[in-house]
Write a new protein. Structure first.
Length: 377
């Protein structure tokens, strides 16, 4: 996926790092052996003609860790720095990120965790070099609540994570901020944590606010207080999307509300917009208004994909008639199976994980596959 190929581990200890064994078993080949080396030797390698792209810095003292980060960036500003330390020092995370660390990993870490770390490092390296290969952004949008946009967004992210993508989910829905409820998360930090009087959104704080779900999805939950999302500026929204693209293979955004400047900025920074609807006349009439509005803003059928949710073919308007009414094609239908969906929400587990054989889960997995195939073609 990217040109990441070299890595070193810097530690005060002379003993081999546990990370070495995990890295040796990774599927991603590394040109340089992941040998634990001293600070001085590490700085020499970083200043060479072919420097390693990733530095794993084993931090045992926060003061020394800050000095090490400063020294590494002075020698090679392009290096990706991953700090690792014991979990008993959670207060070190924001300090090291502000110092210039790209990722913070607590030990012990699993092989899967190392694989995910390398994948994120690869994306960040490509972004820092100014090349292509950024992650994708999928926005699920409906102006009104009650259509099932959050259900689709949560399950798309989970399906992509289960399928091997490094996936993130961002709750930008001003109506309810339901993502945390759907996934049974009680995050220490939410989107409101990131709001400040500063003009730009800090990437380090943004990543620190993410909460990992059991499905493997990294989630940025919406704030508890109403109105908080609306206060995010267009420039902060651009910062958020840029950070998501640089850290994750795919980011799914749950959005809603009017065609505001914030939403338009989100749509402009997205690769595809999924517009879910129901095949009832009131919903279709509203959808036609908003699809026309999106088209006037430059978001036509090439970017906006219409999906029918809770489909009951024997009771609803025929697909062909609905397409003629909307003046837009329907990408896919998702069958109605409310009991399973409701149970998955109660459990805090996406239906694609809790009921993978259900028609709804299969339709959502197919939707994820179709979207990614189109984006990668």
């Amino acid at each position: 996926m990217s040109s990441l190929h070299s890595l070193i581990i810097i530690s005060d200890s002379d003993s081999p790092s546990t990370l070495e064994n995990l890295l040796a078993g990774c599927r991603r080949p590394l040109e340089l052996s992941a040998t634990t080396i001293t600070r001085r030797e590490g700085l020499n390698r970083l200043g060479s003609d072919s420097p390693p792209q990733v530095v794993i810095l084993v931090v045992q003292s926060i003061a020394q860790g800050i000095r090490d980060v400063s020294a590494i960036l002075a020698v090679n500003p392009q290096a990706m720095i991953v700090a690792t330390a014991e979990e008993k020092h959670p207060e070190w995370v924001p300090t090291l990120i502000r110092a210039g660390v790209d990722e913070y990993v607590t030990t012990p870490i699993t092989t899967d965790g190392v694989e995910e770390l390398l994948e994120r490092a690869a994306l960040m390296f490509v972004q820092r070099q100014g090349g292509g290969g950024w992650g994708k952004v999928i926005t699920v949008y409906n102006p009104s609540g009650g259509i099932g946009a959050t259900t689709i967004a949560v399950n798309l992210a989970a399906a992509l994570a289960v399928g091997g993508e490094i996936a993130a989910l961002v709750d930008l829905n001003p109506f309810s901020s339901d993502v945390s409820a759907f996934l049974d998360l009680n995050p220490a930090y939410t989107l409101s944590t990131l709001r400040s009087t500063e003009r730009r959104m800090n990437a380090g704080r943004l990543m620190d606010a993410m909460t990992r779900h059991a499905s493997g999805v990294q989630v940025l939950c919406g704030p508890e207080e109403t109105g908080a999302i609306v206060e995010i500026t267009q420039e902060q929204m651009r910062d958020l999307l840029t950070t998501m693209r640089s850290r994750f293979g795919v980011t799914v955004i749950d959005a809603g509300g009017a065609l505001s400047e914030r939403n338009l900025e989100t749509f402009d920074g997205s690769d595809v917009i999924i517009y879910p609807l129901l095949l009832t006349l009131p919903v279709l009439r509203n959808a036609r208004r908003y699809l026309r509005g999106l088209h006037r803003q430059g978001f036509g059928p090439d970017k906006v994909k219409v999906v029918v949710n809770r489909h009951l073919p024997e009771e609803e308007m025929p697909i062909a008639q609905a397409e003629e009414f909307l003046g837009a094609p329907l990408l896919q239908t998702i069958p109605n199976s409310y009991p399973e969906v409701k149970e998955s929400i109660y459990r805090g587990s996406p239906i694609v994980i809790g009921y993978p054989r259900s028609p709804v889960a299969r339709a959502l997995v197919l939707l994820a596959e179709r979207i990614m195939t189109e984006l990668n073609s």
